[in-house]
Design a protein around this ligand. Structure first.
Ligand SMILES: NC(=O)c1ccc[n+]([C@@H]2O[C@H](COP(=O)([O-])OP(=O)(O)OC[C@H]3O[C@@H](n4cnc5c(N)ncnc54)[C@H](O)[C@@H]3O)[C@@H](O)[C@H]2O)c1
Length: 318
């Protein structure tokens, strides 16, 4: 099985929000990248996202214009499957749908060498289940990133039932080679660790709005100016140590029972989806992204992440 140092050419399958970022990250760290999509229009969207990200990175001094141009020169966008057998490593980031993922992996692994390490960026679907369509599944594991991946360092490396330690180690080493912060996740839990934590927060956020405790804007503010800033610096267990195990135990005695414990998708989220809202990607979300506000919002978010990263780690890519 190939190790990180044997990997030079990477196939990113799925040129969406995540794939567009992955292409830039791998190219920035001198990998040759194929960004593969099923339609020209999906590649056009990726080009648009990449141009916004690169403009911000150059404006913020993360990259020079020359470095940005060189990075873009290492990315080949294609709808042709001819790139499949040329890859030394494959990161799949196609739509979050088991049938689509199975169809992709079955086709890819029928034409690619058996020593090529393979990873999926599923948000939380079972790695073991996705692996059922993979020929030689011991070289396959999860590699879960956080949006926007070119600015957020965490990568969860998840072993499915069939994943070998060697494949997990190679994916972990690839994350290190990209200056990311990998963690290992065992037992393939739904949502891994990050999304288990995130969806607990999201459920409670919708609950607070649905119950009329606060507006969406104010719930977002509680996160941005309160918990979010704290959690950028210390995790929940460190927080409890700083706050006092006795205090958390006492407050927990009434808090845990007061939290939302509903199953299913929160009503406000479901209704927004059913009304055709997809967020920034179709300029129709909980906030207004019409008339170019999407570009401004993306640039503002990226500038904030870069500033925070610089403050915490001293450089942009940790
Ligand atoms: N967006 C996030 O915040 C986020 C974070 C972590 C993980 N993920 C996961 O990453 C994956 C992609 O998410 P996204 O947000 O980029 O989605 P997206 O909808 O923006 O992009 C998906 C892309 O996959 C393409 N696609 C579909 N079938 C394909 C195929 N067979 N071959 C090649 N391309 C194909 C679509 O045309 C589209 O360009 C999903 O599994 C998602 O759960 C997303």
């Amino acid at each position: 099985m190939r190790k990180q140092q044997d990997i030079h050419t990477v196939l990113i399958a799925g040129p969406g929000v995540m794939g567009a970022s992955f292409a830039q990250i791998f190219a920035k760290h001198h990998y040759q990248v194929y960004l593969y999509g099923v339609s020209e229009s999906s590649l056009e969207k990726a080009k648009y996202l990449i141009s916004i990200n690169q403009k911000t990175e150059v404006e913020q001094g993360v990259l020079t214009a020359e470095e940005s141009a060189a990075l873009l020169g290492r990315i080949t966008m294609t709808t042709s499957k001819d790139c499949f057998p040329k890859a030394d490593f494959v990161l799949e980031t196609v739509s979050e749908n088991m049938e689509i993922k199975h169809a992709f992996w079955a086709e890819l692994t029928s034409v690619i060498g058996e020593d090529v390490v393979l990873a999926t960026n599923t948000s939380g679907m079972s790695i073991t289940e996705i692996a059922k369509a993979v020929k030689c599944p011991q070289r396959f594991a999860g590699m879960h990133w956080v949006n926007p991946p070119h600015l957020i360092p965490l990568v969860e490396v998840i072993a499915g039932e069939e994943s070998s330690g060697e494949a997990v180690d190679t994916i972990y080493d690839i994350a290190l080679s990209l200056h990311q912060k990998p963690v290992r996740v065992y037992k393939d839990p739904t949502g891994f660790i990050l999304n288990r934590l995130q969806y607990a927060v999201v459920r409670e956020a919708f609950h607070c709005v649905e119950m009329g405790y606060a507006s969406m804007e104010d719930v977002d503010s509680v996160m941005k100016y309160g918990l979010g800033l704290r959690y950028a610096c210390i995790g929940p267990f460190e927080t409890i140590d700083f706050g006092g195990i006795d205090i958390f135990n006492r407050v927990g005695s009434y808090m845990f029972d007061a939290l939302c414990n509903d199953g299913g998708v929160p009503q406000l989220l479901r209704e927004a989806y059913e009304a055709g809202k997809c967020g920034i990607k179709n300029c129709n979300g909980f906030y207004d992204y019409s008339e170019g506000k999407d570009k401004l919002a993306l640039a503002k978010r990226d500038a904030a992440f870069i500033a925070l990263s610089r403050a915490l780690y001293g450089k942009e890519d940790t």
